[in-house]
Design a protein around this ligand. Sequence first.
Ligand SMILES: *Cc1c(COP(=O)(O)O)cnc(C)c1O
Length: 418
Amino acid sequence: MHTHDTVTDPAADTTMGPHRFRNNQRMVPAGEAAWKLAGEHGMLDIRVDAANGQNRLRDVRTGHEFLNLASCSYLGLNSHPTVVEAGVRALRTENVTGLAMAEFRIRLEAAHRLEEELSELFGTPVLPSISCGVISAAVLPLLASGHITDTDPLVVVFDRFAHFSMNFVKPVVADESLVLTSPHNDMDFLEDVCRRYPRVAYVCEGAYSTGGLADLEGIKSLQEKYGMYVYLDDSHSLSTQGPNGEGYARSVFRELDERTMIVASTAKAFGSTGGIAMLGSSSVFDFLYRSGPMGWSQGMRTAAIGTTLGSVAVHRSPELGERQHQLAENIALFDRRMKGRPIRGVGSHIKFVTVGENEKAVRLATELYRRGYYCSAMFFPVVPRGQAGIRLMLRGDMTTAMTETFVDTLQDVLDGFL
Ligand SMILES: *Cc1c(COP(=O)(O)O)cnc(C)c1O
């Protein structure tokens, strides 16, 4: 049956997808044009040795040394001796890289211990997995169909700025239930959905990856009023915030119940590799271990179990607070000195400088790199069209002096740009 009268090529009519939640035909060319530009300026495929850490990476082809401001290892735990050593020790002790089978059948005792240690550290049941993206791919379709809540299907509302790892599963989720996209942090939109449908889940981030925070109080009050389910990805504030590094979301969602799941990557500030889900109870753990890629992809590898246990130990030591404190100092310093400039992310370690055109963003990144700082140029579709810019991240393993010098440089470069 013909629904597109203007389509002259019948083959095109039948091979084109409905593009309800994604559109490679449109997105790929836009993205590729920007990446080509970045590549031509030498801002991609930089190969380094990291022997002197993130503050002094060395481009092995040119010898150029630079401070890395594109790393999500916000506390520098990825090179902490305790973390690295724990990974090596786990491999030596277990003598196997991994069991290469489904964890729900057989897993290392060390993996079970990891679950217990993480749960104790974060004060709630914690499910570890190989990545945060894998957890979202496993959970979201089952949340939509009502199998996490043990109810009929839920309407799933994705915040417009929700991370790619969650947006990516939208078409799968939409095959199970109604999917809606809300304007960013729009509590009125969300409340309207809660009034109209009996069961609603909201999918969002805590500290957003391109800067900015979720309206946690607003979300919590909708949860209390309508029983809304909250699926919150807090990858960018795990470890950097909270007495035990439990993150930004847990500052409001302190006690988790059956209507809240907070997930996060442990490959960012946590300094290891993998992902975790924090839940109100462990009753769905067995089910989740068998679900989606958590069931059919690899389980936690031995080295990852080791480095994660090592990072738990650091989280339990005074060093966590010290590094969090230094990060907070660096953020305050940056905000104070950059006040009045068009930079998003005040109060956050993630800063976004909007410059407009792709070409300008690449030129800015290139000049900063020349002066010893790598920041990521970012383009549509990661940010809205015409709002390209650079993203930079401060870290707790940068000294105050390093941050001062960087701010001096950034101001100088921006003065020539904006
Ligand atoms: C980086 C990131 C992820 C991906 O985490 P993995 O553990 O690498 O899958 C997921 N969510 C957000 C918000 C992220 O920034």
